[in-house]
Design a binder for this molecule. Structure first.
Ligand code: SF4
Ligand code: SF4
Length: 376
């Protein structure tokens, strides 16, 4: 088998099936990453969503015995929305991050990796494969960096010369000895814009993220949001784009190469108040196909309450009072009570006082007290 020729064929095929960039890397142990992940673990900077132990995540040979190469792929996604909803006075909207616009990218990338895998198998029946997208053990970013897809920015994203950091990544570990590509020769240099712009100081230093402070992670949690982040999340319903939108390497990067990633503006920038009364079924129908819905409706509704509180949206008061009094979920009742206090109209405080009399959940009562403190 002429693996050099085969590699060229794989590259040509990847273009046919709509892969925007492909790169090849060795399947050697990711030694530097291993040390970094262990440090992150010791510092408590992980999100808890990571899959597998550090060794599995950094040793491709553990995932595929006989691993020889990693094929890394990137698909570009848009950074700008066509037909964004016009701002209408008094009509507050929330926002899903760009990486959750359009159809869930896990499905789209899996489809491309599946096609690529079938192509490899057809040409080289002895091939062994393991494919991964985001939720796999291997770090998509480390693989992409080694395969020459892009360099690792201080914002912890892989920055490609062609599409900036607005790319989804996935990879195939294979037992084929493809020649590796060169890493991208670029870096952040003296720039520190993303580190300075991060609203929560989650970028501890360039390239080191404390996931526990990162809004992208915090918007996905299901409990009460810690107080210090309640205002700073603004109108974000899912994820955070700030460290990408401020990056000069992303200037003028806006690619609409894939119909699947085109956002429906009413889905990714929805009106906030109607979200508070959406049924499970409606939520699934409307948001179920985007990656931002994977944690269900509770975190989205909690974030919607915080966004309405952030805007001090008085038109939402009746709906918040209803939630505080009747929602079965303590996180929603308590967040609604806190939000009412933040909005701060006299009838909000009266409603919280009244609700307190029949509330039995201690955490909710604690949130009610905090809400009432906005009076002083
Ligand atoms: S995603 Fe947002 S919160 Fe997280 S590091 Fe970037 S700017 Fe900070
Ligand atoms: S904003 Fe500057 S420091 Fe941050 S990733 Fe972009 S180039 Fe690097």
């Amino acid at each position: 088998m002429d693996f050099h020729q085969f590699k060229e064929e794989v590259i040509a095929y990847s273009r046919e099936i709509g892969i925007d960039k492909i790169g090849f890397a060795s399947a050697d142990v990711f030694g530097e990453l291993k040390a970094r992940l262990k440090r992150q673990q010791e510092l408590g900077y992980q999100s808890g969503f990571e899959k597998g132990e550090v060794d599995e995540r950094t040793e491709p040979g553990r995932l595929l015995p006989g691993a020889q190469s990693i094929i890394s792929i990137a698909l570009a996604y848009p950074s700008k929305m066509k037909d964004a909803p016009r701002s209408v006075k008094g009509e507050r909207r929330g926002i899903f991050c760009r990486a959750s616009w359009g159809q869930d990218y896990h499905d789209v990338l899996r489809d491309r990796l599946h096609k690529l895998g079938a192509f490899l198998k057809e040409r080289f029946p002895e091939v062994e494969l393991k494919s991964m997208v985001d939720t796999g053990e291997l770090s998509d970013r480390a693989a992409a960096e080694r395969a020459g897809i892009g360099f690792s920015g201080k914002n912890c994203a892989v920055i490609t010369p062609e599409f900036g950091s607005y790319v989804y990544l996935g990879e195939l570990v294979t037992n084929i000895p493809f020649a590796p590509d060169e890493p991208v020769d670029d870096s952040c240099g003296d720039c520190n814009i993303c580190v300075d712009a991060c609203p929560t100081g989650a970028l501890v230093q360039g390239g080191q993220l404390n996931a526990q402070r990162c809004i992208a992670f915090l918007t996905q949690t299901k409990g009460f949001l810690p107080d210090e982040f309640r205002t700073v999340i603004g109108n974000r319903l899912y994820g955070c784009d700030t460290c990408q939108t401020v990056c000069p390497k992303n200037r003028k990067k806006d690619f609409h190469n894939h119909e699947e990633f085109e956002p429906d503006p009413e889905v990714v920038k929805p009106k906030l108040t109607p979200l508070l009364s959406i049924s499970n079924r409606e939520f699934k129908e409307r948001f179920g196909f985007i990656s931002g819905s994977w944690r269900g409706k509770k975190p989205i509704q909690r974030n919607a309450i915080l966004a309405l509180a952030h805007y001090r949206d008085e038109t939402a008061v009746d709906e918040l009072i209803r939630l505080m009094n009747h929602d079965p979920r303590p996180v929603i009742r308590g967040t609604a009570a806190w939000g009412l206090g933040k909005i701060g109209r006299p009838d909000c405080f009266e409603a919280v006082e009244k609700a307190k009399e029949k509330e039995e959940d201690e955490q909710v009562l604690y949130e009610m007290e905090k809400g009432l403190q906005f009076q002083t």
